[in-house]
Write a protein that binds this ligand. Structure first.
Ligand SMILES: Nc1nc2c(c(=O)[nH]1)N[C@H]1C(S)=C(S)[C@@H](COP(=O)(O)OP(=O)(O)OC[C@H]3O[C@@H](n4cnc5c(=O)[nH]c(N)nc54)[C@H](O)[C@@H]3O)O[C@H]1N2
Ligand SMILES: Nc1nc2c(c(=O)[nH]1)N[C@H]1C(S)=C(S)[C@@H](COP(=O)(O)OP(=O)(O)OC[C@H]3O[C@@H](n4cnc5c(=O)[nH]c(N)nc54)[C@H](O)[C@@H]3O)O[C@H]1N2
Ligand code: SF4
Ligand code: SF4
Ligand code: SF4
Ligand SMILES: [Mo]
Length: 894
């Protein structure tokens, strides 16, 4: 620690901190225009100058380290004079249109001119005159207002790491633009808006749908409701409307957002929102009162239970809703109805992770925090399109790479990160086990394994050695399509580092051998000792905003909250005490079993909260059969494709309309806060579930989500130490067993959670979808940056729809020419389950035998996927490999 004096106040600060940081930590405000703590110091605006006793000139506080004994003045006469001069100069070229400028009220230049009494410039400066760039769907760049602070350029290049914008020209003509002045819409800009969030003036502004002044808005801090990154954000609310969303700094997102979190918020108060319960009468859904709807659902539950048993009812919980709401769904299904038939979309997502890692490591969660990837010497990304699906994580990977980390990417498609990778392995879909085994083969052969770690922290290494003995890189080349030498290089690179991080997602899990894929990656990490330390780990990127929390809360058919097995006597005793009821003890049906069971008639009622299986589940036609046959209750914010088939529709409140918590992919429990009132009669999911609990005799009188959270703490040991008070500012990572515990950002430190890491010998098996004569092509499915899942939310934003308006298929030029298909042609894609017709996009991103179809659109990819053949361990479908036949066609078909 060092000590200096600022404005007469003695300030202690850490050695190496700047004067600006020392002052800020002591609550002394120094103005800045170009400073951002995430950027390398560039000191271009000099508005932060201070006077240091004994120094010959004023010093930029943002780049001058504080020194012991320094005596500093932040508002001395000399400082004020200098600041006035700087403002005077800036204003010389800046338009004085504060009356109409949309930035007014949040403009640092305006605030500083007010503070230092600058009304207009004393110089007769030339005004800048540039055409506005309005080509981006979400924001406008007006260089006439730019003060060249550089923040946007550096945030885009150093933090977001996209490098879409740069400085152009020199001298007075210097301005911010896109390379070759191609304009934002033609540039590599991904519309994350992270540049506009840091612009101190009105040069970068969001496009507005209505007028608002910043002083008319209030800020509500909350957590993004799209992906599992869990970005912290501020909702700007005018009256009862979210008019803009700004990034907030949190451990998960370091002040970044992606296009969805920042701009795709039109769904919140959208006119299509459900505003009243609906009941099907004579074939049509008609408005009903809550009383009628809830009574009908209760009656149905009671009669079906009486006639067919509780297991004839199945509930789908939701990775979109809060922990508190998932917990109540669990209480409703198990405690009040009496069945373990509760599951959710994790079944289609990371069920393989939960099963695989729980077996090998004793915990099915991401081992290291996202930002920790910056400590990795080597990053191995396999089956994760990180920059599109977890954009902020993607930014961290790029930051790491720029700082010197090596990057290996394995993916059948040339995803964005493939272009930047040190090694890109264009792997055939479904061949990941062969790749892992061959890498382990090389590691053992070349003695690159971590012997001490294997000895101290693992078991069954002999089985692993035997399992990979024959898996030479040459053999793996025939299976994966990746050259043997590249596999060797990848193995050496991964093993020969002090910390290597594995990042994976759906390209690993969504296979009929998904669990074995996961186990093979666990083997790779264990054999090299890459667990329980910074920069390492096995890191499944969880998808939905609260999929981690939904799993934690027991929205799974075999475990209660905190993964307590349904059939263990301790679990039963614990919940009997908490809820006062006896519990069902045999594991229930998964999502992928419940829908077929409905079609076949053994499940009579489906209660679907916050899921849209008509688009997201495999084999749409079969799904429809099940949904039509069962008594269907759908609780959603919109009348989805699934809701349209319902017997009762219950209107829910969205994240911005309720309190609660989400748990992000790094196990961080973060707050969700109410900013606006729900439309019409829509109610928070927890309220709806509480009404049903009460009607079914499990008396509940929660005043709000906080009460529910307190109950969760009592029954879920890993959440016991977390409280709303403790996560007011910053979330905590579970396990957090006590109030005195600081949370666990990195798992398995010092000891693998299971006790010893288990090597599971796994062997590659070809997907049964391959080699069908009538369906010789391979379809793989996945997501794109701009849309989220079944588009119920993203499609409400016109900017998103303008960029990604319709379904398509990516086809390699070779396949295209062999089949006579040209860009934009309609193609028919068929599988034994059905046929779809979509437009062709010709690209060599995919392999010649593989086509890619995003699954976001209805009558799309899932018409074709197989819902019958599932992973034997966890029942996940093989969304990533479907045997199809691709053909050019002339018309849209049926
Ligand atoms: N924009 C956007 N972001 C999202 C979502 C969204 O809908 N839209 N959804 C969220 C959810 S729930 C999830 S689960 C995540 C998913 O995030 P990701 O898993 O990253 O997304 P996907 O596009 O499903 O698939 C990832 C990659 O796996 C590759 N792949 C396919 N088969 C194989 C294989 O056999 N081996 C390997 N190594 N790779 C393979 C695909 O080519 C693809 O690039 O995204 C989350 N984030
Ligand atoms: N072919 C193919 N299929 C796939 C995948 C793939 O890669 N390929 N990926 C799979 C994966 S990983 C996943 S996670 C699933 C996702 O599948 P789903 O979970 O079915 O998809 P979403 O569109 O996210 O559905 C969530 C629903 O919740 C609603 N909702 C949002 N907020 C709230 C709320 O607060 N309360 C309530 N009650 N409802 C709310 C939304 O309007 C939406 O209808 O899709 C799976 N399907
Ligand atoms: S919106 Fe994002 S990608 Fe585009 S210029 Fe700004 S920071 Fe860069
Ligand atoms: S556009 Fe804004 S952030 Fe970028 S250099 Fe100009 S004033 Fe700074
Ligand atoms: S979608 Fe994911 S990355 Fe984008 S803002 Fe939301 S949480 Fe962050
Ligand atoms: Mo997912």
């Amino acid at each position: 620690m060092i000590e200096c004096t600022i404005n007469g106040q003695v300030v202690q600060t850490k050695e190496g901190q700047t004067i600006y940081e020392a002052a800020t930590s002591a609550g002394i405000k120094i103005p800045t225009l170009c400073y951002d703590e995430r950027l390398k110091p560039h000191g271009s605006c000099r508005i932060c100058v201070v006077e240091v006793a004994g120094a010959r000139s004023l010093m930029a506080s943002c780049s001058t380290p504080a020194a012991n004994g320094m005596v500093i003045q932040t508002e001395s006469e000399a400082v004020v004079t200098a600041r006035k001069e700087i403002l005077d100069l800036i204003l010389a070229n800046h338009p004085l249109d504060c009356l109409t400028c949309e930035k007014a009220g949040r403009c640092t230049l305006q605030d500083l001119c007010f503070q230092y009494d600058i009304e207009e410039s004393s110089f007769d400066g030339k005004r800048k005159n540039y055409d506005k760039d309005t080509s981006n769907e979400f924001y406008v760049a007006d260089q006439s207002k730019c003060i060249l602070c550089g923040k946007c350029v550096y945030v885009c290049s150093q933090v977001q790491s996209t490098e879409a914008i740069c400085f152009i020209d020199r001298g007075f003509e210097t301005h911010v633009g896109t390379p070759f002045e191609m304009g934002l819409s033609e540039s590599t800009c991904v519309s994350c808006g992270n540049c506009i969030s840091v612009c101190p003036v009105g040069a970068l502004l969001p496009k507005r749908k209505e007028k608002y002044r910043y002083w008319e808005t209030r800020e509500v801090k909350t957590t993004c409701a799209y992906c599992g990154v869990g970005c912290q954000m501020k909702l700007l609310v005018k009256e009862n409307k979210v008019v803009e969303i700004l990034p907030d700094k949190g451990a998960a997102n370091e002040g970044l957002l992606c296009v969805k979190g920042r701009f795709a918020h039109d769904f919140i108060g959208h006119p299509d929102r459900l505003t009243t319960p609906l009941i099907r009468r004579n074939g049509t859904l008609e408005p009903a009162s809550w009383e009628e709807a809830l009574n009908l659902v209760t009656e149905k539950i009671q009669t079906i239970r009486q006639e067919h048993g509780a297991d004839a009812i199945a509930g789908f919980s939701s990775a979109r809703v809060t922990n508190e709401e998932n917990y109540l769904m669990n209480k409703l299904m198990r405690g009040a109805i009496g069945t373990n038939n509760i599951d959710h979309c994790a079944r289609l997502c990371h069920a393989s992770t939960v099963a695989g890692l729980a077996t090998t490591l004793g915990s099915g969660a991401m081992t290291n925090p996202m930002a920790d990837v910056k400590n990795a010497e080597v990053i191995f990304i396999t089956g994760s399109n990180t920059t599109e699906a977890h954009p902020v994580m993607g930014a961290y990977v790029r930051q790491a790479r720029k700082a010197g980390s090596k990057l290996i990417v394995a993916d059948p498609r040339e995803i964005e990160l493939a272009e930047e990778a040190d090694l890109f392995l264009k792997i055939r879909p479904g061949s990941s086990v062969a790749l892992s085994n061959a890498m382990i083969h090389v590691i053992l052969q070349e003695k690159l394994e971590n012997k001490t770690f294997i000895e101290e922290h693992t078991e069954d290494v002999d089985q692993l050695i035997a399992a990979v003995a024959e898996c030479t890189p040459e053999w793996a080349e025939t299976v994966t399509g990746v050259p043997a030498e590249t596999i060797r290089q990848a193995a050496r690179m991964y093993a020969d580092s002090h910390a290597s991080s594995i990042i994976y997602s759906m390209g690993i899990t969504q296979h009929v051998n998904g669990t074995e894929n996961v186990m093979s990656l666990s083997n790779l990490a264990l054999v090299t000792g890459n667990l329980g330390k910074p920069g390492a780990g096995v890191n499944p990127l969880r998808g939905q905003n609260n999929v981690q929390g939904a799993c934690d809360m027991g929205a799974l058919p075999n475990v209660m909250p905190a993964y307590q097995p349904v059939n263990s006597p301790e679990t039963i005793a614990r919940f009997k005490e908490a809820w006062g009821v006896a519990l069902p003890q045999s594991p229930g049906l998964t999502v992928t079993q419940a829908i077929p069971a409905a079609a076949e008639g053994s499940v009579k009622m489906l209660y679907v909260m916050g899921e849209n299986p008509m688009i997201s589940d495999p084999d749409t036609h079969h799904v429809k059969e099940g949904l039509e046959k069962a008594f269907l209750v759908v609780q959603d914010i919109f009348l989805t494709e699934t809701g349209q088939l319902a017997d009762v529709v219950l209107p829910a409140a969205v994240f911005a309309e309720k309190e609660g918590t989400f748990t992000n992919t790094e196990r961080r429990v973060q707050r969700v806060r109410q900013a606006v009132m729900a439309p019409g009669e829509a109610r928070p999911d927890w309220w709806i579930l509480m009404q049903l609990l009460n009607r079914l005799g499990l008396e509940s009188s929660y005043k709000g989500p906080k009460d529910i959270f307190e109950e969760i703490r009592r029954v879920a040991p890993s959440y016991a130490g977390i409280s709303y008070d403790r996560i007011e500012e910053e979330g905590l990572c579970w396990p957090c067993p006590a109030e005195s515990h600081g949370g666990t950002p990195i798992l398995h430190v010092g000891k693998i959670a299971r006790g010893a890491g288990l090597f599971k010998p796994v062997q590659w098996q070809p997907s049964p979808e391959l080699g069908q004569e009538a369906y010789p092509d391979i379809m793989t499915t996945g997501r794109i940056l701009y849309h989220f899942h079944t588009r119920t939310m993203t499609a409400k934003s016109p900017g998103i729809e303008a960029i990604a308006p319709e379904n398509y298929v990516e086809i390699h030029p070779e396949m295209a020419s062999a089949k006579g298909i040209q860009e934009g042609d309609l193609v028919a894609i068929a599988s034994p389950r059905g046929e779809i017709r979509v437009k062709a996009r010709i690209t060599d991103r995919v392999d010649a035998q593989v086509v890619f179809v995003p699954f976001h659109w209805s009558e799309g990819a899932n018409v074709l996927t197989n819902g019958e053949v599932l992973d034997p361990y966890c029942k996940i479908p093989g969304f990533k490999v479907t045997g199809v036949n691709v053909e050019k066609t002339g018309d849209l078909g049926a």
